[in-house]
Ligand binder design. Structure first.
Ligand SMILES: Nc1ncnc2c1ncn2[C@@H]1O[C@H](COP(=O)(O)OP(=O)(O)OP(=O)(O)O)[C@@H](O)[C@H]1O
Length: 338
């Protein structure tokens, strides 16, 4: 489904929480490309900056978060790039929902309990598609519900009359109401049971194939990411440390952190992996180690890892992936520290 045409590009993005001496750097020089029609998974332990990236890209970063550098561009089909960091508040309002929508963790709880599903779905349409007449809005709302696997008969229901999975589907229907080009899903199914999670994600991937939107998919669950993403970017300490096709990351993770993450979760398919986990815990943003932030936990660290930050670069072979690791073709021969 995915091609090579970029729909969203993030370059050198930096985000701090707070200012001055007390500022903590939550994102550091993040480069990321979302291609048209693909599902791009973002992985990494809690606190590595996945949500900060989603919020920064959509300009929804809550204070004290500030974007301190970098660029985010949205590329319209057929040409023309929109600088998202330069949009005015009014332009942003039009851009969100219309071109890009977001489903956050627990989004189902943001449905208004005193309004029916019908009124909440048609509200989005009324605000953004004023040309639609009332019966057209209702017809579209019915269509949207069916799209996410809920019978259109449930349109008059109030949120409390629906299960958690159904409410989350309603939020997904709402996110798709205006046929956006990009849907950002931050832990969209984490509050649901495993069977429901897979059901919803399967439906989403099918819809993506039908409607052609692109998805940024954020979850703690690496096995879900491998199953549903085309490509995966792995984050550590506010940086992207590896980015490649989901199948390449699964078969052959190059960054020792990616390897550790994959060995922290049981595989759902294929050969069993030994679960070794990752020693230690992620660094505090206020006390980030020098050099590669992962080096204190890395069993393969070299001397250079403690002093110099490796940049995200393509390894020597032809595999279309990038890795930020001194073990992969960046460093002159160094001796292992172990
Ligand atoms: N309001 C804030 N003030 C200070 N630091 C913050 C604030 N919000 C987030 N952070 C810090 O920014 C870092 C990135 O947080 P973020 O929520 O983006 O991580 P995450 O990878 O999405 O984590 P999780 O998977 O737990 O949601 C964390 O270390 C967090 O403590």
């Amino acid at each position: 489904m995915s091609g090579n045409e970029a729909v969203l590009t993030v370059r050198g993005l930096n985000v701090d929480y707070g200012t001055g001496d007390g500022a903590v750097h939550a994102l550091r020089d993040v480069d990321l490309t979302l291609h048209r029609g693909e599902v791009l998974g973002l992985a990494g332990e809690s606190g590595c900056g996945k949500s900060t990236l989603a919020y920064a890209v959509t300009r929804l970063l809550p204070p004290p978060g500030v974007i301190t550098g970098g660029e985010v561009h949205y590329h319209r089909q057929g040409g023309g790039a929109l600088d998202l960091l330069a949009l005015s508040a009014a332009e942003l309002r039009a851009f969100r929902w219309q071109e890009l929508s977001i489903v956050f963790q627990g989004a189902m709880n943001s449905l208004n309990p005193v309004h029916t599903v019908h009124s909440q779905l048609t509200d989005v349409l009324r605000a953004h598609r004023p040309e639609l007449k009332r019966p057209e809005r209702t017809a579209r709302a019915r269509e949207l519900l069916e799209l996410v696997g809920i019978s259109a008969d449930r349109l008059p229901a109030y949120p409390h009359q629906l299960s958690g999975g159904m409410r989350q589907r309603v939020m997904i229907a709402m996110a798709l109401a205006l046929e956006p080009e990009i849907v950002i899903m931050d832990e969209p199914t984490t509050a649901l049971d495993v069977v429901m999670q897979r059901q919803i994600l399967r439906q989403l991937v099918r819809l993506r194939e039908e409607l052609g939107f692109s998805v940024v998919f954020i979850t703690h669950d690496i096995s879900l990411l491998i199953e549903f993403s085309d490509r995966i970017a792995i984050m550590y300490g506010g940086r992207i440390v590896e980015e490649a096709a989901a199948s390449s990351i699964y078969r052959d993770p190059r960054h020792p952190y990616s390897d550790g993450l994959l060995h922290s979760f049981p595989a759902l398919h294929g050969a069993r992996r030994e679960l070794t986990g990752i020693p230690g815990s992620p660094p505090h943003l206020s006390a980030m180690p020098a050099g590669c932030a992962f080096h204190p936990r890395c069993g393969r660290a070299l001397d250079v890892c403690a002093t110099h930050v490796p940049v995200l670069a393509a390894p020597d072979d032809a595999d279309p992936r990038t890795v930020a690791c001194w073990l992969h073709g960046q460093a002159p021969a160094m001796t292992s520290r172990s």
